[in-house]
Design a protein around this ligand. Structure first.
Ligand code: 5AD
Ligand code: SF4
Length: 470
C-alpha cells in the first residue's frame, strides 16, 4: 500500500480542465440542457468536496437541478461515519434504479468516504449495477477523466484504491452560499481513534501550502464572503508535514491579517493538540470568532484510553479553564459518543460531569456505531441498545437544560451578528449568527442580508435565539 502523500501537478489538473472543455463541447450538442444533481451527506469536508465536483461539472457545461428525473448525471457524495448515514445512502441509491430505467442514458456516480470502504465498494459492484462510477475521496481530482471515459466508452468505473492521499490545487468550485465559505486547509487524519473510520477512508494528514490557503481566502473576501471556516479533520496538527513547518496558530494569524470585514472559524480541533498558543492567538486575532468546537467524546479516562484519544479529562478541563481565562465569553461545543464498547453507566456519568463543569453552548451527540475494520468494532460490547438509549437521553436532557439557560442569558442584550439567510419561518424575516455561531431568528429589513448588524435579542429557547434588527 502506497503510504506517502502526493501533490497532484498543475499539469495534471490542467489536463482535467481540458477534458472538462472536451466534455462541454459534447454536452453543448445535446438536445436538452445538460443538468446535474449533486447530493451531499455528512460533514463540511464533504460539502467542500461537492463544491469542487460542482465546479468541474459547471466547466463541463452542466447546470444544476434537484430533480433526479431531469438530471443527466447524478453524483451522490457519501458519508461513512455512522451506520445510519450509510443506510440512508443505500436506500436512496437503490431507488435510482427506477429513475435510470426511465432514463437509460443517465450516469449515476457514487463518491465520498463510504465507497472508499472495501466491503461497500464490493456491495455496489455486485448489487447496485445501475451505478456507473464509484470513486473515493482520493480520486476526486480526476473526476473529469472518469466522466469522459464513461461518455465515450460506457461500462463501469471503480476508482477506490487505498492510498495515503494527495493534494490538488486549482480545481474550480461552485459554492453553495454567497456569505459563508469552507476552506480546506488540510486533508486526512493520523489519529486512529479506535471507533473512527475517517483515517482509513481519507488517508494521512496532509496540509495545503499556506500561500494557497491565503490566496483562496483573499479571493473569497474580495467576492464578499463574510464567514470563512478553515476545515480539517484535526486542524491543530496543520503544517507538521510542510517543507517549512508552520503551525495552525501562525496560519490563523496570517488569515487574520487579510484586510476586510469577515469572521474566521475553524474545525475540528483535537484536545491533545489544542495549545495555549492557539488560545492566545484566538484571543488576539479580532476576526477569529470566539467559539471553539473541542470534542472530548467521553468523560472517563479509561474509555478515553481505549478510544486512543491520548489525553485525560484533567488535561482537557485544564485547557478549557485556560481558554476561558483568556476569552471569558467563549462559546464552546463538543462531540460526544455514548455507548462506546464496554462503557458502563457509571463511566458514562463522568461525561455528564464534564457537561456540568464546562457548560457547553451546544453538543453533537452520537450513539456508538460499529465501523467495519476499526479496532472498536471487535471489542466486547455488552450494554443493551435500550440502556445506551437511556443514557443518551439523559445526556441530551442535561444539555438541553444548559443550552436553554445559556440562551436565556442573551435576552435583552444587543449582539453584532452576521445576517446569513432569509428565514424559512414566516414569523421571521431573516436568520443571523452571533459571533459564537448561535442561530438568531430575526425580524427586520431583508436588505440586511449578508451584513454584520446589531441585533437586539428578545427571546430564546434551547435551540435558538430570537431578536430584531436594532
Ligand atoms: N460511532 C458514533 N459516533 C462516531 N463519531 C465518529 N465515529 C463514530 C462512530 N463509530 C463521531 C465522533 C466524531 C464525530 C464527527 O462523529 O464524535 O467527533
Ligand atoms: Fe476520527 Fe479521531 Fe481523526 Fe477525528 S481525530 S477524524 S474522531 S480518528
Amino acid at each position: 500500500m502506497e503510504r506517502k502523500t502526493t501533490q497532484i501537478s498543475q499539469a495534471e489538473v490542467e489536463r482535467q480542465l481540458t477534458l472538462c472543455d472536451d466534455i462541454c463541447r459534447v454536452t453543448g450538442q445535446w438536445a436538452d440542457k445538460p443538468l446535474a444533481l449533486v447530493d451531499t451527506y455528512g460533514c463540511q469536508q464533504n460539502e467542500a468536496d461537492s463544491e469542487r465536483i460542482r465546479g468541474y461539472l459547471e466547466r463541463m457545461g452542466f447546470g444544476f437541478t434537484d430533480d433526479p428525473e431531469q438530471a443527466r448525471i447524478i453524483v451522490i457524495n457519501t458519508c461513512a461515519i455512522r451506520e445510519h448515514a450509510e443506510q440512508r445512502v443505500l436506500g436512496n441509491v437503490g431507488a435510482l434504479v427506477h429513475t435510470k430505467r426511465r432514463h437509460p442514458e443517465q450516469l449515476i456516480c457514487l463518491c465520498g468516504c463510504m465507497v472508499q470502504e472495501k466491503h461497500v465498494a464490493e456491495k455496489i459492484r455486485q448489487s447496485y449495477r445501475h451505478v456507473d462510477l464509484v470513486f473515493g475521496p482520493h480520486a476526486l481530482w480526476k473526476f473529469p477523466e472518469m466522466v469522459h471515459t464513461l461518455l465515450t466508452q460506457r461500462g463501469r468505473i471503480f476508482s477506490v484504491a487505498d492510498e495515503a492521499g494527495s493534494i490538488a490545487e486549482g480545481i474550480p468550485t461552485v459554492r453553495q452560499d454567497g456569505i459563508k465559505a469552507w476552506v480546506s486547509i488540510m486533508y486526512g487524519c493520523n489519529n486512529f481513534c479506535t471507533y473512527c473510520i475517517v483515517p482509513y477512508v481519507r488517508g494521512r494528514e496532509r496540509s495545503r501550502a499556506p500561500e494557497d490557503i491565503l490566496e483562496e481566502v483573499r479571493g473569497l473576501v474580495a467576492q464578499g464572503y463574510k464567514d470563512i471556516t478553515l476545515l480539517g479533520q484535526n486542524v491543530n496538527s496543520y503544517g507538521k508535514d510542510l517543507p517549512e513547518p508552520m503551525d495552525f496558530s501562525d496560519l490563523l494569524s496570517a488569515v487574520n491579517d487579510i484586510p476586510g470585514e469577515f469572521l474566521i472559524r475553524f474545525m475540528t480541533s483535537h484536545p491533545k493538540d489544542a495549545t495555549h498558543k492557539l488560545f492566545e492567538t484566538m484571543a488576539r486575532c479580532e476576526k477569529v470568532a470566539p467559539v471553539l468546537h473541542l470534542p472530548f467524546q467521553a468523560g472517563n479516562d479509561r474509555i478515553l484510553k481505549v478510544m486512543n484519544r491520548r489525553h485525560t479529562i484533567a488535561d482537557y478541563l485544564a485547557k478549557i479553564r485556560d481558554l476561558k481565562s483568556l476569552i471569558p465569553d467563549i462559546v464552546l461545543t463538543s462531540d460526544i459518543i455514548v455507548g462506546f464498547p464496554g462503557e458502563t453507566t457509571q463511566e458514562f456519568e463522568d461525561t455528564l460531569k464534564v457537561l456540568e463543569e464546562v457548560r457547553y453552548d451546544a453538543l453533537f451527540t452520537f450513539i456508538y456505531s460499529p465501523r467495519v475494520g476499526t479496532p472498536a468494532a471487535s471489542m466486547d460490547d455488552p450494554m443493551s441498545r435500550e440502556e445506551k438509549l437511556a443514557n443518551f437521553n439523559r445526556l441530551t436532557a442535561l444539555q438541553d437544560a444548559i443550552s436553554e439557560e445559556k440562551h436565556a442569558a442573551y435576552i435583552g442584550k444587543t449582539v453584532r451578528c452576521l445576517v446569513d439567510a432569509l428565514s424559512d419561518d414566516s414569523r421571521y424575516d431573516l436568520t443571523a449568527r452571533t459571533p459564537g455561531n448561535r442561530l438568531v431568528r430575526v425580524v427586520g429589513d431583508k436588505s440586511a442580508l449578508g451584513q454584520f448588524k446589531d441585533v437586539k435579542i428578545t427571546g430564546a429557547n434551547k435551540w435558538s435565539l430570537f431578536g430584531e434588527l436594532a
